[in-house]
Ligand binder design. Structure first.
Ligand code: ATP
Ligand code: MG
Length: 761
């Protein structure tokens, strides 16, 4: 039968097609941004499935983020024209390794329900070890040690494999503490992120039978963003692909941006050596961006040395030049971008209208996000934050999660330590030490130690009764996890209520408390999508993006790192200032390595844009509470002038954009942008006036606005609201600051307005 080429092959160019159809043997696709590497990889999966070469569970495909994995699954489904019945091994290195490690945990001395520690827990644990070893953690901070250990794990060094050359690390004690740390992790039945790979590599290296089992199982291996794999990941892949060599890796050396986390761009350059006879495919046509955007990106990346040097071309229409604009400070930058987004939605200035989903703000550092979030909340512009564990990093979420962890794994001592006196139960340091001692004496987890203390009356006073209650609660909740009649969401709510945790925030009078309660509600909402608490906890520890799934279009805010592989019609790149982007650290470093990685990050940023790319910078910025003035980024000077248009904010020189509003040209782009937009801007004048009347650290206008909005009663009759005690209800009458509310469960009540919040259930 000579069938027509399948539609998914029709959509590819000859080079892509060659890479897709070469199913047997090693394939390396090395090509620049937007040339269709990920598309080809996706088509390869479809090809494997449609030709019957492999079943979904025989394909191991590694993506860099969970989001990318989800997208790839959706696309495979779409190309197949039917839903894929699960691609169980399509995910990030970490997600795949968690699954594998749960099956073989006992081979590295763990139980299969091990906990995955986050950075905070890791640091806390290291602090304890540092104290036990009588080391001065002021001089030798735990963070330093955690950085060293992470680095070793990324290189796949177990404590016994750390080379002698590293012996001086952490004041000569590094290796020894690393060893102790691993022992302690085992006792806690816990792993950190780096362990997920390290343990799997260890298992594969020491258990030939297990390795062979997976070599047979994963008949085809595909890896996206190969340039960002670290040594442990690389070894893991090489072991798995060692027998059949059916491995297809795609990447771009110009987009290697995880060197700081141990990624080795050398892996991609070494591929042909590791897999002799590999088919190497190069792609040069870019299907994503306009020529101006491509030219700007190429102009910047040209500054790096030792590149493989790829030239990209496109058939796309010329489009708009890359836009460059300067602002007085970060708040003004956020305000302008907010306005600009709204203007672009309306399709003003001769552009087509863009939806919010079409637009993204890519920041260098996550602290930049705050200004945008504040601004967008103020003007009611829907946004989502992608890529940072932001939501799950919040204090109240971490506390709540510690409770959940403890319910699922009672031996999770770190979780126990976190919550034993949160809310306050009169169990201070002394009581906690008593518990620790009891646990150690009996070789049991802390929770068990606590029970012993209660039974033997070792803890007296106010805390005793409270501890008894906690121990009993935890035991009961633990039993409930096995009870099919109690949904895990209900259990979660019960845990938060009965522990007194919710009440703690209800009684808290600080301005953050209502937001924290909102977040706890959000957390329980997030749980609904999972089958049980354990699945949820796993998801959270792996999470790389945290969108709360609500309907409607939203602007995306994320770090440049998280934006890898993604594309948007319109992209904003704020904060192009020396010291922020490139980062201060990369500028302080001797040598060019750090700076070159920052430049690749700039290349990644610009190449995310399809049609409109707007770069901006601010003359002043508040970083961790300190005002700093900054110079426009050196990367701005590297933008090829012919492909850049300098914008002037409206209202300046009679308003309007582009040349009409511009200052006479001076030497460089950044001088011009700086002069046109910063030193002559209304913000500059306002700021000068402000400086004489008010110190810079005072709250800014935009902050004030938020508070004002909250002060006026935002409710009208008929609104749905939520009350901490009475639950959901609808407003039936308003009298000053008192509301009459018909609660769904509690009936009619009169309550004070400030104790309810709007609900959109
Ligand atoms: P990055 O390096 O940024 O990850 P990439 O090389 O993975 O980029 P893709 O994301 O696969 O590139 O593709 C970029 C865009 O080009 C996508 O919108 C994709 O659908 C489109 N594209 C890829 N190949 C083709 C093709 N042969 N014909 C038309 N469009 C294509
Ligand atoms: Mg890609």
């Amino acid at each position: 039968m000579t069938a027509r080429p399948a539609p998914y092959l029709d959509e590819l160019n000859p080079a892509q097609r060659a890479a897709v159809e070469a199913l047997e043997g090693p394939v390396l696709m090395l090509a620049g941004a937007g040339t269709g590497k990920t598309k080809a990889l996706t088509a390869r999966i479809v090809h494997l499935l449609t030709t019957g070469s492999a079943r979904p569970n025989e394909i191991l495909s590694v993506t860099f983020t969970n989001k990318a994995a989800r997208e790839m699954k959706t696309r495979v489904g779409r190309m197949l024209g039917e839903a894929v019945e699960g691609m169980p091994w399509l995910g990030t290195f970490h997600a795949i390794c968690v699954k594998l490690l749960r099956r073989h945990a006992e081979l590295v001395g763990l139980k299969s329900n091990f906990t995955i520690l986050d950075t905070d827990d890791q640091i806390r644990l290291l602090k304890q070890l540092i104290a036990l070893n009588n080391i001065d953690d002021k001089r030798w901070p735990a963070r330093m040690l955690s950085g060293i250990i992470d680095g070793w794990k990324n290189r796949a060094w177990t404590p016994d494999k750390v080379p002698a050359a590293e012996a001086s690390a952490y004041n000569n004690r590094g290796t020894e503490l690393y060893d102790q740390y691993q022992v302690r992790l085992r006792e806690l039945n816990a792993v950190d992120f780096g362990d997920l790979l390290l343990h799997m590599v260890t298992i594969f290296q020491t258990h030939e039978d297990v390795l062979q089992q997976y070599q047979r199982w994963f008949r085809y291996i595909l890896v996206d963003e190969y340039q960002d794999t670290n040594v442990a990941q690389y070894l893991w892949l090489r072991l798995l692909a060692g027998a059949h060599r059916n491995i297809c890796c795609v990447g771009d050396d110009d987009q290697s941006i995880y060197g700081w986390r141990g990624a080795e761009v050398g892996n991609i350059l070494r591929f042909e050596k590791d897999f002799p006879g590999a088919k190497v495919v190069r792609l040069e046509q870019n299907y994503r961006s306009t020529p101006h955007i491509l030219a700007a990106a190429s102009g910047v990346i040209r500054g790096n040395e030792g590149r493989l040097g790829k030239e990209l071309w496109t058939e796309a229409q010329e489009g708009e030049k890359v836009r460059l604009i300067g602002h007085w400070d970060g708040e003004e930058e956020a305000r302008w971008i907010g306005d600009e987004i709204e203007a672009m939605q309306r399709g003003t200035r001769g552009q087509r209208p863009y939806t919010l989903d079409d637009m993204a703000i890519l920041v260098r550092a996550s602290h930049q996000m705050r200004a945008f979030e504040d601004r967008f909340l103020t003007i009611g512009l829907p946004y989502r934050v992608i890529g940072g564990p932001r939501f799950y990093e919040r204090l109240e979420i971490r506390d709540a999660m510690a409770y959940f962890r403890l319910v699922v794994s009672p031996e999770d001592d770190l979780a126990f330590e976190r919550i034993v006196n949160t809310p306050k139960r009169g169990l201070g340091d002394k009581a906690q030490q008593t518990i620790q001692i009891a646990a150690r004496e009996n070789g049991v987890p802390l929770i068990e130690g606590a029970r012993i203390c209660v039974e033997e009356g070792r803890i007296t006073g106010k805390g005793a009764g409270q501890l008894r209650a906690l121990v009993e609660h935890l035991a009961r909740w633990g039993r409930m996890t096995g009870d099919a009649d109690i949904p895990h969401t209900e259990l979660a709510e019960m845990v938060l209520d009965e522990s007194g945790y919710t009440a703690m925030w209800q009684n808290d009078k600080t301005p953050e408390a209502p937001g924290r309660l909102e977040n706890l509600k959000e957390l329980v909402k997030a749980l609904e999508q999972f089958e049980n608490l354990q699945g949820f906890l796993e998801h959270v520890s792996l999470i790389m993006d945290n969108e709360t799934e609500t309907d409607g279009a939203k602007v995306s805010i994320m770090t440049l790192h998280a934006a890898k592989g993604l594309e948007f019609p319109a992209v904003f790149l704020p904060g192009w200032e020396d010291g922020l982007f490139p980062s201060q650290r990369s500028m302080d470093e001797s040598g060019l390595k750090g700076l070159e990685e920052e430049r690749r990050l700039a290349y990644v940023g610009i190449t995310r844009a399809e049609e409109v790319c707007t770069i901006s910078f601010a003359g002043n910025r508040r970083v961790f509470g300190q005002w700093q003035s900054a110079l426009p980024s050196r990367f701005i000077d590297e933008l090829p002038e012919d492909h850049v248009e300098v914008l002037t904010p409206p209202g300046l020189y009679g308003g309007g954009y582009g040349a009409a509003g511009m200052q006479p040209a001076t030497s460089t782009l950044h001088d011009r942008a700086a002069e046109a937009n910063v030193y002559n801007s209304p913000g500059w004048r306002r700021m000068q006036a402000r400086q004489t009347t008010r110190p810079l650290s005072q709250p800014r206008e935009s902050r004030g606005q938020v508070i004002d909005l909250e002060a006026v009663s935002a409710y009208t009759v008929g609104d749905r609201v939520f009350h901490q005690k009475f639950g959901y209800g609808a407003i039936t009458g308003i009298e000053g600051d008192k509301l009459d509310i018909a609660f769904d469960k509690a009936g009619a009540k009169k309550v004070v307005a400030k104790f309810v919040m709007g609900a959109d259930d």
